[in-house]
Ligand binder design. Structure first.
Ligand SMILES: O=c1[nH]cnc2c(O)cc(-c3ccc(F)cc3)cc12
Ligand SMILES: [Mg+2]
Length: 221
């Protein structure tokens, strides 16, 4: 096929969504993925859980790992107060290119920074690049094998503060067992599992929300 799936998803947004209306962009992507072509956006069911966690956190600084086509970037950013920015990291340049156009179609381009590169390389530079100390909200949605090393890297770079919230997608499907074992047995976090389904399917999946409690000692026996 000449076009890629992200390009076909972007075309559906341009055709079906109202420019400057984030909710119509979200609806257009969900319709495309339900009726035309599955794509790995968080989707409407898990997306509603993401919305509620963002609203209850009301973060000032937000980091997303794994942009893909920008669906969750639009979901998150549409809920943020005017002065708040989202930093989202995507290692695939083709995905990043489509995401910037989806985010622009939603009218949110001034509130989102799509960073191209590997999370492992970019996380240590975040504080300096953006003049921030910590992230109030982190959304993990990139690659299951990077969740654990990247949460450790965020800790080592002191980018989490007491009360910071980390939300992880796909902890059941495809599954992130090493991350779940770490975060659920670590006394520095209070974790809660939200049962849901893999986007646009009836396959079981879920989100893990973990609040950073600050740096305590030891680990649960
Ligand atoms: O690789 C992924 N990154 C981020 N999110 C994902 C996501 O929500 C779903 C899946 C996925 C799940 C089942 C399947 F059969 C094929 C792909 C992958 C990712
Ligand atoms: Mg996902």
């Amino acid at each position: 096929t000449r076009t890629t799936r992200p390009q076909r998803l972007l075309r559906a947004v341009i055709i079906n969504a109202v420019r400057g209306d984030p909710d119509s962009v979200i609806r257009a992507i969900d319709h495309f993925c339900k009726h035309t072509e599955w794509a790995m956006n968080i989707g409407d069911e898990k997306g509603a859980i993401l919305d509620s966690v963002v609203m209850e956190t009301s973060p000032s600084t937000v980091l997303e790992l794994g942009t893909y086509c920008g669906y969750s970037a639009v979901r998150i950013t549409r809920l943020l107060p005017p002065s708040t920015r989202l930093i989202t990291v995507e290692m695939n340049p083709d995905y990043a290119c489509v995401a910037r156009q989806v985010i622009q179609h939603a009218g949110l381009q001034d509130k989102v920074c799509v960073l191209e590169g590997q999370s492992a390389d970019l996380i240590p530079k975040m504080a300096e690049m953006f003049g921030i100390q910590t992230f109030d909200f982190v959304f993990l949605d990139h690659w299951k094998d990077r969740y654990l090393p990247d949460i450790r890297l965020l800790e080592d770079c002191s980018l989490l503060a007491q009360g910071s919230v980390v939300l992880a997608d796909n902890v059941v499907c495809p599954g992130t067992p090493d991350y779940l074992n770490y975060i659920r047995s670590n006394l520095n976090y209070r974790s809660r599992f939200y049962q849901a389904h893999l986007e646009y399917t009836r396959v079981l999946d879920g989100l893990e929300k973990s609040e950073y409690l600050g740096c305590r000692q030891g680990k649960r026996q």
